[in-house]
Ligand binder design. Structure first.
Ligand code: PLP
Length: 460
């Protein structure tokens, strides 16, 4: 057994942490590391014995809560039986075949096959290749550009990072690559013109998309990728009519729709998928996070009939589908996913997320909507955000140097609540495990209120 200090020293000397200021961590100025040790339900405990409410389910992923022994047992069973075999050249396992049939059946749209990876980023990398492959096979070799949205988040590998519409994921990393186009974020609060209705705003965004495709040439645009509810860019549910209008434009120009359901899949928004909630009919769907509730890494691209049929037909000409990872369709990942989906179904977590999410949103509105530093409280299902502004009447933003979002998140953390300061803007995000009870929601909102009050008091 290592002591806390020994673990900290080992970590500081040897771990390259994602999204961490390296100099501050190396010098100790940033504090940490926080050594996480155990979890049960919506709570996690660090090595000092301090218990936190996890109001963000890790990174919006531990949807079934921590410490689910059913999932651990399913993982162990598969590990004892057969820990690994690959899925190249038509090899499979029972868990993988079962999971795939299940995903095709539960997914929105007209789906056909499932391809597996380990992360949302690599799955979106695969989606880009599928779009290129599909258009090569059907004799449209120029139809390759992919349109993504400002503030969309699709990962941080080379193509997925380029799809991501947040500059700090690009800076100093030579991204974005060429061939990725950008269109506007559907955030009514900041983006609407004076007097514009949500429908009119959605119409304007759809017209912008249409104009972009026409300007580039529809025969050069292969796909549009978007999250049903924009996530890391600020937790922004779409304005009324948005998805209907966007899909009409895509259909007109024969542009594929990739629904990035990495956050919104498997109940998070109060429906099986975000696409169900908003009437989206995707050609390709990306899932990860909630698929295994992060008990082990697993992601998937669910491929629609329209794309798959061209691929199957094309293999007569070009041979094997030459794409795949050592760990594609990993049996332990598949076993974990089946166990997690059993919980999601048996405990009706999508339905619960709808009703508890409504309770969470109304509690957050009650606590925050009238505060002078709150511009908007928004959300859907178990996904919500509070956006802070210096002046709500004139919609004046806070000086970023004040780091309001980060300070509020820290004040919550000091009170043993994890709520995420979203990386863009002054926004506090909530995405707790879907199993969170109303009493736990009350506790979470109470702590968040105290944290906001502390920072408000510091401002006067
Ligand atoms: N797509 C969306 C919508 C996400 O929210 C994320 C991660 O937060 C990703 C893709 C990337 O997933 P990963 O971090 O597993 O690579």
């Amino acid at each position: 057994m290592y002591s806390i200090d020994e673990i900290a020293a080992l970590d500081r000397n040897s771990v390259l942490h994602p999204f961490t200021n390296l100099k501050d961590y190396a010098s100790g100025a940033a504090g940490g590391p926080t050594i996480m040790e155990t979890g049960k339900g919506v709570r996690i405990t660090d090595a000092t014995g301090r218990e936190y409410i996890d109001g963000f389910a890790g990174l919006y992923c531990v949807n079934v809560g921590y410490g689910r022994t059913e999932v651990a047992e399913a993982i162990a069973r598969q590990a004892y039986k057969l820990a690994y075999y690959h899925s190249y050249a038509a090899h499979t396992t029972e868990e993988l075949a079962r999971l795939s049939a299940r995903l095709v059946k539960m997914a929105p749209g007209d789906m056909s096959k499932v391809f597996y990876g380990m992360s949302g980023s690599d799955a979106n990398e695969t989606q880009a290749k599928l779009v290129w492959y599909y258009n090569n096979l059907r004799g449209k070799p120029k139809k390759k550009k992919i349109i993504a949205r400002e503030r969309g988040y699709h990962g941080c590998s080379v193509v997925s990072g380029s799809m991501t519409g947040l500059n700090f994921y690009h800076d100093h990393m030579d991204l974005p690559i060429s061939g990725i186009l950008r269109t506007g974020v559907p955030h009514y609060y900041w983006g609407a013109n004076e007097g514009e209705t949500e429908e009119e705003f959605s119409e304007r965004r759809a017209k912008e998309l249409d104009a972009l495709i026409v300007a580039e040439g529809p025969d050069t645009v292969g796909a549009f990728i978007a999250e049903p509810v924009l996530g890391t860019g600020g937790i922004i549910p779409p304005p009324a009519g948005y998805w209907q209008k966007i899909q009409a434009v895509l259909r007109e120009h024969d542009v594929l729709l990739i629904a990035d359901e990495v956050i919104t899949g498997f109940g998070r928004v109060g429906a099986d998928f975000g696409s169900h909630l908003y009437g989206i009919e995707p050609d390709l769907i990306t899932v990860a996070k909630g698929l295994t509730a992060a008990y082990v890494p697993l992601s998937a691209c669910i491929v629609g009939k329209r794309v798959y049929e061209v691929m199957e037909e094309g293999s007569a000409k070009v041979g094997s589908f030459s794409h795949g990872y050592t760990y594609s369709g990993h049996p332990i990942g598949a076993a974990a996913a089946n166990a997690v989906l059993d919980i999601v179904e048996n405990e009706q977590l999508a339905t619960k997320a709808a009703s508890r999410g409504a309770y969470m949103l109304s509690s957050l509105k009650k606590a925050f909507a009238q505060l002078p530093i709150v511009g908007e409280v928004r959300g859907v299902g178990m996904l919500a955000a509070v956006e802070f502004v210096a002046d709500r009447d004139s919609k004046t933003r806070f000086d970023p140097a004040l780091k309001i979002g980060a300070r509020i998140s820290q004040a919550a953390r000091d009170r043993n609540l994890i709520a995420r300061a979203m990386p863009h803007g002054e926004i506090l995000g909530f995405a707790p495990p879907l199993v969170m009870t109303e009493a736990e929601i009350d506790e979470m909102v109470g702590i968040a209120s105290a944290a906001v009050k502390q920072v408000m008091d510091e401002l006067v």
